[in-house]
Design a protein around this ligand. Structure first.
Ligand code: DQA
Length: 148
């Protein structure tokens, strides 16, 4: 099973960026932990491919080119609250996607309570810092497995 993991703007700064909100773990470490989690708790055959960009169009391009993947884990970061283009791209390719947030966006500023991406996704995980990605992978893996 091939899963694409996309992170949006400023997620490359994890570790030093507002650690009280996002935690102290770097993006590289989160990605590495996800690989280890999949091998330990899921199966060795999961192939995870990681992509991070601060540019909306690059994220849209990556989603458009995702036909070899069975699933998508996406933290659209600030684009969550603005990007019809990312939502449309997920719908256009029809990939099973899970939206992820490190922080609990529904307890923060009002503008973070709106997601343009959620209704293109099978589920949303928010608020568990780095563990949000693992929970998203578990849910996505079970969802995809039932359908192959
Ligand atoms: C975030 C939440 C967004 O509101 C914010 O713009 C981010 C990170 C999160 O993972 O908690 O950059 O997506």
């Amino acid at each position: 099973m091939k899963i694409l993991v996309i992170n949006g703007p400023n997620i490359n700064l994890l570790g030093t960026r507002e650690p009280q909100i996002y935690g102290y773990t770097t993006l590289d470490d989160i990605n590495q932990e996800l690989v280890e989690y999949s091998k330990t708790f899921l199966e060795d055959k999961i192939e995870l491919v990681f992509f991070q960009s601060n540019i909306e169009g690059e994220i849209v391009n990556k989603i458009q080119q995702s036909s070899q993947f069975e699933g998508l884990i996406i933290n659209p970061a600030a684009y969550t609250h603005t990007s019809i283009a990312i939502a449309d791209a997920i719908k256009a390719v029809g990939i099973a996607a899970v939206e992820v947030h490190l922080s609990n966006v529904s307890t923060r500023e009002d503008y973070r309570k709106i997601s343009y991406v959620s209704d293109s996704c099978i589920g949303v995980v928010a608020g568990f810092k780095k563990d949000s990605y693992k929970m998203a992978l578990l849910g996505l893996y079970n969802y995809v497995k039932e359908r192959i």
